[in-house]
Write a protein that binds this ligand. Structure first.
Ligand code: CMP
Length: 143
């Protein structure tokens, strides 16, 4: 079954949105198979956002993501990678539709509440960066 990496960013944690966000994915029908509140090191932030290294906002991005605890998660389900992206809304909250997480809760692109893997390759890479195999659970889901 497909898995994706989702992370409530420091702004989402500070605004008390962990429960709201977990609820949206659970209500949709996805399964939480890993989760932890953690503070990201500089090294992990630079690895995680490595593809943005040359962007002018890279320093700001790393400073922000290490500025306070994040809630890192692994979710499982059919098409969870692309559907989670739809549920999150466009990266820039100026363009994210009402009803999406960013559309409902965010105003600026830097503080956009949530990160989600954008492809099967990044999901595998990001899950591996944040979670050890034994930190992921497998359990029966009631329907
Ligand atoms: P995310 O999905 O976590 O992936 C990369 C992040 O870079 C993105 O969400 C935004 O929060 C952030 N980002 C994109 N553009 C900018 C920008 N112009 N200034 C600051 N952060 C940005």
């Amino acid at each position: 079954m497909e898995k994706t990496f989702l992370m409530v960013k420091p702004d989402g944690v500070q605004r008390g949105l962990i429960g709201e966000i977990v609820n949206r994915f659970e209500s949709k029908g996805y399964q939480l198979v890993g989760g932890k509140l953690m503070t990201i090191s500089q090294e992990l932030a630079e690895q995680h956002y490595g593809e943005h290294k040359e962007r002018p906002f890279f320093g700001e991005l790393v400073d922000f993501i290490t500025s306070g605890p994040v809630f890192a998660m692994v979710w499982e389900g059919e098409n969870v990678i692309s559907t989670a992206r739809l549920m999150m809304g466009a990266t820039n909250p100026k363009e994210s539709a009402p009803g999406t997480i960013r559309g409902d809760f965010a105003v600026t692109v830097a503080k956009n509440i949530i990160h989600g893997s954008d492809s099967p390759e990044s999901a595998e890479r990001e899950i591996g960066l944040f979670f050890k195999e034994e930190e992921l659970s497998s359990y029966e889901k009631a329907v």
